[in-house]
Design a protein around this ligand. Structure first.
Ligand code: FNR
Length: 343
């Protein structure tokens, strides 16, 4: 069941477009800087999350592993990571915790990219000792713990007991030897839950907001039914969720922005909203599956070059400088944030 679900997720995420739901970055405007005091060759894209150095701010967000057929996809993603310097998270490793025989579909990323920075991944129900096993399996620098209640609710075989997750996350934080990152998978995180996660000791929060991969739509496609439109639109848009979460983060907890990051301008806006990194899943999966690794790397190089062009246009030579550039918030996002008491 788990293996065929993983293949379905790949199949439908390749077929389904992002759809009309916005990541809300269109409401966030950066201001043109007509006197950028910088030199192109000195632009610096290095970053750090939870004390882990990143060669560039793009994380290949968790996608797959755990079935024989998806090992080849992880191999391609690892090649992409090796050539681009991106950090790579693997998909949920629970399959390998339950059944050791599928470990090679995760371990392959280390064979291909032994020096790369990689993140482990499990759900919030994972036992702390399982979390440490997931980390050891791929020599990960950090572990992502994913939250996906909307997806589970859409799956007939999905979880129905969500109790005790926060307490469990706090146990994982205390047990594992690496930083814990908590991420949503496409419905966003509000500031109240972000505060609880900070109190539980997590070192980074990846907002995983709406605007990109839509697991309500993916699960509906798997079961061939049509959910009501409001359910398809459920969640907090990525840019809004970034502001919500950032408001409660102390200096030692980092913001990661993901969910519908599609353009170089999305990346620059995410970093301007205090993101230390962005996560992309579907665009990279589509590129490597539909065009191959070489073309995907070419695409990425152009993508990053455009990020650098925007950095010049806002006068920021590096990621800390981007954090300080002014952002004007308009429309729906401004209304949302005003109603929620942000000023
Ligand atoms: C995912 N995602 C995901 N996330 C996670 O934490 N564990 C997982 O196992 C998976 N599996 C998975 C499979 C497939 C096929 C896709 C497309 C995505 C979610 C992913 O990491 C990310 O949060 C969302 O896809 C949103 O980002 P994009 O796709 O809009 O860039």
């Amino acid at each position: 069941m788990r293996q065929s679900r993983k293949l379905d997720h790949i199949k439908y995420s390749l077929q389904i477009d992002d759809g009309p739901i916005a990541n809300s970055f269109a409401d966030f405007k950066l201001i043109h800087h007509c006197l950028p005091d910088l030199v192109w060759d000195e632009l610096d894209l290095t970053s750090a999350v939870a004390g882990i150095a990143l060669a560039n701010p793009v994380i290949i967000n968790a996608i797959t592993g755990g079935a024989e057929d998806v090992g080849a996809i992880n191999a391609r993603l690892a090649e992409f990571a090796k050539f681009t310097g991106c950090t790579m998270a693997v998909g949920s490793q629970f399959a390998a915790i339950e059944n050791q025989s599928v470990e090679p579909s995760y371990r392959i990323i280390r064979q291909i990219n032994p020096q790369g920075t990689v993140f482990a991944n499990l759900g919030a129900y994972a036992k702390p000792e399982h979390a440490q096993r997931a980390v050891d399996m791929i020599e990960a620098s950090a572990i992502q713990i994913h939250l996906n209640p909307a997806q589970e609710m859409m799956m007939t075989e999905g979880d129905r007991d969500f109790s005790g997750y926060l307490r469990n996350i706090a146990h994982i934080v205390k047990t594992v030897e690496v930083p814990v990152i908590v991420k949503e998978v496409g419905c966003g995180i509000a500031r109240e839950q972000a505060q609880s996660l900070v109190d539980a000791g997590v070192r980074a929060i990846d907002v995983g907001g709406t605007g990109g991969a839509n697991f309500v739509a993916i699960e509906a496609a798997r079961k061939n039914f049509r959910p009501e439109p409001e359910l398809l639109e459920w969640g907090i848009p990525t840019a809004i969720s970034s502001v919500e979460v950032d408001q409660v983060l102390p200096d030692n907890v980092d913001l990661i922005v993901s969910g519908g990051i599609r353009t170089s301008l999305d990346v620059v806006k995410a970093l301007a909203l205090n993101g230390k990194a962005v996560g992309l899943a579907t665009p990279i999966l589509k590129m490597i599956q539909q065009c191959g690794v070489e073309q995907a790397v070419n695409w990425f190089n152009g993508f990053i070059e455009t990020v650098q062009k925007y950095m010049v246009l806002v006068g920021a030579k590096d990621i800390p400088a981007l954090t300080g550039v002014p952002v004007v918030i308009t429309g729906y996002s401004a209304q949302w944030l005003t109603n929620r008491g942000f000023n």
